[in-house]
Design a protein around this ligand. Structure first.
Ligand code: ATP
Length: 301
C-alpha cells in the first residue's frame, strides 16, 4: 500500500510573544494561516524503516538534518510507540517548503507523516490523540494538521479555527540561508528584556480576517519576532522596504524568518510584485494563496 499526504506551510499573520515561561518556552498568541506551498509525504509498506528527502535545487540540502534525525523519524517513532506497533515503512518527503525558513516546513512533514502512517498502519488514531502527539513533536505541528486560519495559544500548540472571509494572495521570498528559531528567540529576549507576561492579543488581525478586506489585514499584520530577525539579518529589512516600494500592501517576516512574505490585493497583483522582486539577489520568488487545508490525503493505492 502507498499513501501520500500533503501538508502546507504556515505564515503567522499575528505573532505576539510574551516573556519566557519557567519551562523556557515563550507564551504566544498567534494567528496561523496555511498557504498553498506544500510538502508531500509518501509512505509505502516495507520490512524496515527509511526516509528519503527530495529538495528542489534552490533549497540547500545542508540545512536538512543528518539521516535518522528528520522530524519524520520522530513522528513515526512517537506514533508507533503510542500504539505499540513496529516502525516500518519506506518514506519519501518531497519538499517545496524552504527549510529553516520560518514557514514550519518540518512541522508540515511531521503532521503529514502522522496522517500517512496512521493510514498505512491502519491505526485509526482519534483526532484528539493525533493533536496530542503532534504537540509533542513541536509547537506548530497541531496547526499543520488543522490548517486554514487559526488562533494559536500556549506555546502555539493550542489551536482554534478563526473566521476568515478572505482569499489572501501572498508573495513569498525565501532566503538561501536558514535562520535558527532558538537564535531568533534568544535575540528577542536580549532586545526586549521587559516583554509582557501575556503576549499582545491578535484582536486586530482577527477582525481584519472576518472583514475579508486586504487593506485592513495589511494594516493589522504583526510579528514581535521581526525586530530580532531583522537585527540579525539587516538584508531582510531592506527586502521588506523594497516589497512595499514595488506595491505590496505590506511586507512581513514569516515567523522567526528569514522568509519574507508580502500581502497583495489579488493574484494579478501578486504576480506583478513577484516579478518586480525577482532578480540576482532573489532568484526564487513565489506566489501563493491561503487559507488552504491542513495535512490531507492526496493519494491512496
Ligand atoms: P520552526 O518550526 O522551528 O519555526 P522553521 O519553520 O524555521 O522552523 P523548519 O523547516 O521546520 O524551519 O526546520 C527547522 C529545523 O528542523 C531545521 O534545523 C531542520 O534541519 C530540522 N528538520 C528536521 N526535519 C525536517 C524536515 N523534514 N524538513 C525541514 N526541516 C527539518
Amino acid at each position: 500500500m502507498t499513501v501520500t499526504v500533503r501538508a502546507p506551510a504556515k505564515i503567522n499573520l499575528h505573532l505576539g510573544v510574551g516573556a519566557p515561561r519557567p519551562d523556557g518556552f515563550h507564551p504566544l498568541v498567534t494567528a496561523y494561516h496555511a498557504v498553498g506551498l506544500c510538502d508531500d509525504v509518501t509512505v509505502a509498506d516495507a520490512d524496515t524503516w527509511s526516509v528519503h528527502t527530495k529538495l528542489p535545487d534552490w533549497i540547500d540540502p545542508g540545512l536538512l538534518p543528518a539521516d535518522g534525525e528528520n522530524i519524520v523519524d520522530r513522528a513515526a517513532e512517537l506514533l508507533a510507540g503510542f500504539h505499540g506497533v513496529p516502525r516500518r515503512g519506506l518514506v519519501s518527503v518531497v519538499k517545496a517548503i524552504p527549510v529553516a525558513g520560518g514557514l514550519a516546513g518540518g512541522s508540515a512533514d511531521a503532521a503529514a507523516a502522522l496522517v500517512a502512517l496512521d493510514r498505512l498502519w491502519d491505526l485509526h488514531t482519534s483526532d484528539t490523540d493525533l493533536l496530542r502527539l503532534a504537540a509533542q513533536l513541536g509547537s506548530d505541528v497541531p496547526f499543520s494538521l488543522v490548517g486554514g486560519t487559526a488562533l494559536g495559544t500556549g506555546r502555539g500548540e493550542l489551536v482554534t479555527p478563526l473566521t476568515d472571509r478572505g482569499t489572501w494572495w501572498w508573495v513569498v521570498v525565501p532566503s538561501p540561508e536558514g535562520l535558527s528559531t532558538p537564535r531568533v528567540y534568544r535575540h528577542f529576549d536580549e532586545l526586549v528584556p521587559d516583554a509582557p507576561e501575556r503576549p499582545p492579543s491578535a484582536d486586530e488581525v482577527v477582525a481584519a480576517l472576518a472583514s475579508g478586506d486586504p487593506y485592513l489585514l495589511a494594516a493589522a499584520l504583526h510579528n514581535d519576532l521581526e525586530l530580532a530577525a531583522v537585527d540579525l539579518r539587516p538584508d531582510l529589512g531592506r527586502l521588506l522596504e523594497r516589497g512595499e516600494e514595488v506595491g505590496a500592501l505590506r511586507g512581513l517576516v514569516s515567523g522567526s524568518g528569514p522568509t519574507c512574505v508580502f500581502l497583495c490585493e489579488g493574484a494579478d497583483h501578486a504576480r506583478e510584485v513577484a516579478g518586480a522582486l525577482t532578480g540576482p539577489e532573489h532568484p526564487v520568488v513565489l506566489t501563493t494563496m491561503g487559507p488552504v487545508a491542513g495535512a490531507h490525503l492526496v493519494e491512496y493505492a
